[in-house]
Design a protein around this ligand. Sequence first.
Ligand SMILES: Cc1cc2nc3c(=O)[nH]c(=O)nc-3n(C[C@H](O)[C@H](O)[C@H](O)COP(=O)(O)O)c2cc1C
Length: 164
Amino acid sequence: MTSQDTKISSDEFRRVCGHYVTGVGVVTAMVENSPIGFSINSFTSVSLDPLLVSFYAAHTSSTWAQMKHSEFFAVNILSESQHELISVFSKKGIDRFAGLDWEHSPVTGSPLLSNTSGWIDCRISQVQDIGDHHLIVGEVLGLHAVSDIAPLAYYRGKFVSLAS
Ligand SMILES: Cc1cc2nc3c(=O)[nH]c(=O)nc-3n(C[C@H](O)[C@H](O)[C@H](O)COP(=O)(O)O)c2cc1C
């Protein structure tokens, strides 16, 4: 039996997986001296030795098609006050960094957004095709967390605050 035999629809798959609470992040990189980035909720920590993290990028992502040429990327962990950035960083045809406060990572130069609850700075270590996504594994070169800024959570298609 394969998953195709089950007739589970993609809507049902999304609905059930949406019951798993995740954080939300913006993956960023510098490409040809310009900052690029897109919203993700597929971030996972993978390994302690060596230090590895991962995320998934859809085969259709035009931002990943550019980002794969960079040696590095950063995962910006969004805080509860930054839910509007999710739609900015998933919208096509706009300058996603326009009017935004950010700086270069002191470690790799990747763009770090201001006022996040943390960031993880990585070198691209492995990229594999899995279904209709690429699995991107990053070797962690730097990281930082701000404990008094609450993170944003994503649950059943909505952003929820963990502050309480
Ligand atoms: C909450 C949320 C989580 C997302 N997570 C992912 C993800 O993990 N991987 C991915 O490829 N796209 C994800 N997306 C979609 C991308 O942000 C968006 O489709 C993409 O940036 C489209 O533009 P692009 O062609 O510039 O990549 C997510 C979108 C939202 C709103």
